[in-house]
Write a protein that binds this ligand. Structure first.
Ligand code: ZN
Length: 334
């Protein structure tokens, strides 16, 4: 044991584990917010979902503790009581949150797969903190294996969310990994039931996700070829622009090294020029990124389908703006 199980602050006693849970919760919120922002989700709504998940988790713990204690008086043989209370509370919280999330996400027309990917990333961090806490406070050596599994999951799968792995796959890989950890390291009472729940949700997610990606774009082949040509040309143009800007930047840097801007005015002018070049460079970079994304969609046969709501993108929009990967409504929401 490296840390005491309890910390005394004045006359109050706090479980050391709570510090790890609180840290994990902060990391969870930050990750979900950050990843959600990257996906272009409305930040306020993402925070609503985070808030809901936390309230549901707290209520689940209270509910479980209350009923498990009450039932113990009534019947020792209750099937429910054979289940592990912590695992039960976690499963309950996950299922209820998933239900509420599905309702709101449908209403907002977001992609449930992307949202669940975001949240699995966040929960992954929360679990890493909890496992670290158990290792340091209770000296549970098996937590080293759990932490390794979760870190591997992050570096191999979660990190590539949405670009190496299509949305939805990350959520399933997260559920499978936690199910495996449960099976190997946490043989608490009723663990097979919890294992089954995790695998079922993971598989259902995969099934629906695959079914949805069967909706291939129905655009005619000659139109797609035309788009491909346009996008390839645009990509080349942007690449040239990037190189020109790099040269410009290098020239500015070089000029600076020679120390030819001793006069303050000149230095200010040089600084502002550098700023303009930086802004231009960022703009060109993000434009090129979007073009390459559209090209990747084309390759996958998903071109012309909105990446957020899954509805077909208007053909006129694609003609005017071939690198579009979102429909007008979804793009307008940002
Ligand atoms: Zn859309």
């Amino acid at each position: 044991m490296l840390l005491p199980p309890q910390i005394y602050i004045g006359s109050t006693t706090i479980n050391t584990m709570w510090f790890f849970i609180a840290m994990g919760a902060l990391f969870y919120m930050f990750t979900v917010w950050y990843e959600g922002k990257k996906d272009g989700f409305d930040t306020d709504r993402v925070f609503d979902l985070i808030f809901i998940s936390i309230v549901v988790a707290i209520l689940s713990v209270i509910f479980t503790n209350y009923w498990f204690q009450r039932l113990q008086i009534v019947a020792y043989t209750s099937v429910l009581l054979k289940l592990d209370a912590t695992a039960f509370a976690v499963t309950l919280a996950s299922l209820v949150s998933l239900g509420i999330f599905t309702y709101f996400i449908r209403k907002w027309k977001w992609s449930i797969y992307r949202v669940m990917d975001d949240f699995s990333m966040g929960i992954n961090f929360l679990l890493i903190f909890a496992a670290t806490g158990r290792l340091l406070v209770f000296g549970e050596l098996k937590q080293i294996a759990v932490i390794t599994c979760l870190l591997l999951l992050y570096t191999r799968f979660l990190r590539f969310r949405g670009y190496r792995f299509p949305s939805g796959y990350v959520f399933t890989s997260f559920l499978y990994t936690t199910a495996l950890c449960l099976l190997v390291f946490f043989r608490v009472s009723g663990y097979l039931l919890f294992f089954l729940v995790l695998v079922t949700i993971g598989t259902a997610n995969l099934y629906f996700r695959r079914k949805r990606s069967m909706i291939k774009s129905s655009l005619p082949l000659d139109f797609l070829n035309l788009i491909k040509g346009k996008l390839t040309t645009k990509d080349k143009e942007l690449k040239n622009q990037q190189e020109l800007l790099k040269e410009e930047d290098a020239y500015l840097q070089e000029g600076r090294a020679e120390g030819n801007s001793e006069i303050i005015d000149e230095a200010i002018l040089e600084d502002s020029q550098k700023e303009i070049t930086d802004v231009k460079m960022n703009a060109v970079r993000s434009m090129r990124l979007q073009v390459r994304k559209a090209l990747a969609f084309l390759k996958l046969g998903r071109y012309g389908i909105c990446e957020v709501c899954g509805q077909p993108i208007d053909k006129a929009r694609l003609e005017f703006y071939p690198e579009a990967t979102k429909c007008v409504e979804c793009a307008g929401k940002q």
